[in-house]
Design a protein around this ligand. Structure first.
Ligand SMILES: Nc1ncnc2c1ncn2[C@@H]1O[C@H](COP(=O)(O)OP(=O)(O)OP(=O)(O)O)[C@@H](O)[C@H]1O
Length: 308
């Protein structure tokens, strides 16, 4: 695998001393889709802005395709497409010209066939002669993507691409992202929507308070989600796990019940044996509950842990 984006010990302090990025290190492979999850103010936009040269890092290094973003800014920036969170477009310009102009900005030769392909892919071809101000909010978001793709970037940043868009456009966006991945484009998106990360990402990073708390293959996180727990409440609360139940992977709850963790993907859950052994040990059940950890729970636990 080839690393296309390498971030090393990246720090950013804003004027006044607020540290928005606290030494972030991350390598991103060519062609992968990385979703960055994090609450408001976590530092996601600061990270993207620093990589894209909109704001400068206080210290640390970033290379894109081997080009250092400080020493070799133009070459690095040419490889990047950015779809910003805020819609900032020239309202009186036509859709086609907006996208064409963006290509020119990066020194790419005029290529109307390429612009047509991008506009068609984003269902903007019929609107190409319309002024931007005549478009709906969702269409403007499509223009932002078209604009970011105009110079054929190898790395695309999408900062909350589906915030406030309807379900249909969200699904379209996901399809576009999948298609770009097919073409070998590396995609880094930030999102508040955990289901979005679940739907499209190869890897998920969780960022909070300027720190990367976790970065993990989605499949691995899903496997964690496959873990379920069964909580057994007993008529007589326990003080410790009885010797007869020691062979099971048990924990004691605060009210003297037991919690058993098992893997839903495993061939056997072990629940039947456990409940038999509980009965054999002379314990009387009062209630039994099961619960499953979700990506959302993993996320909330990580983020609240990061705050304390
Ligand atoms: N120009 C600035 N000057 C001072 N502080 C800033 C500036 N821009 C951002 N910050 C602060 O840096 C922190 C990170 O902000 P950032 O916009 O990167 O977060 P985010 O993860 O993108 O949040 P959101 O999900 O709300 O977009 C916040 O506490 C924010 O207030």
């Amino acid at each position: 695998m080839t690393t296309i984006l390498s971030i090393k010990d990246l720090r950013k302090s804003y004027e006044g001393g607020f540290e928005a990025l606290k030494g972030l290190t991350l390598d991103i492979e060519q062609g992968e889709i990385l979703a960055l999850l994090g609450p408001n103010g976590a530092g996601k936009t600061t990270l993207i802005s620093t990589i894209c040269g909109i704001t400068s890092a206080t210290s640390g290094n970033v290379t894109v395709g081997g080009h250092d973003i400080q020493q070799d800014f133009r070459a690095a920036r040419r490889m990047i497409g950015l779809v910003p969170q805020e819609i900032a477009l020239e309202p009186f310009e036509t859709v086609a010209n907006t996208v064409r102009f963006s290509r020119g900005l990066f020194g790419k030769p005029k290529d109307d066939a390429r612009i047509e392909e991008i506009l068609r892919k984003l269902s903007l071809w019929d609107k190409r002669k319309n002024a931007v101000k005549e478009l709906s909010g969702g269409m403007k978001r499509r223009v932002l993507i078209a604009k970011a793709l105009a110079h054929e970037p190898r790395v695309l940043f999408l900062d909350e691409p589906t915030a406030g868009v309807d379900v249909e456009l969200r699904k379209d966006m996901w399809e576009i992202v999948a298609e770009l991945k097919q073409q070998g484009v590396t995609i880094i998106l930030t999102t508040h929507y955990i289901e979005e990360a679940e739907a499209i990402a190869d890897r998920i990073g969780v960022i909070n308070n300027g720190e990367l708390l976790l970065v993990e293959q989605k499949a691995t996180l899903m496997a964690q989600m496959g873990k379920k727990q069964i909580e057994v409440q007993l008529a007589e609360p326990l003080i410790s796990i009885p010797a007869a139940l020691k062979q099971h992977d048990l924990a004691l709850t605060e009210d003297g019940g037991i919690v058993y963790t098992y893997d839903t993907h495993g061939e056997r859950t072990g629940i039947t044996t456990l409940l038999n052994d509980v009965a054999q040990a002379g314990l009387t059940l009062r209630d039994v509950q099961t619960r499953q950890s979700s990506l959302e729970e993993i996320f909330v636990t990580l983020v609240s842990g990061g705050k304390s």
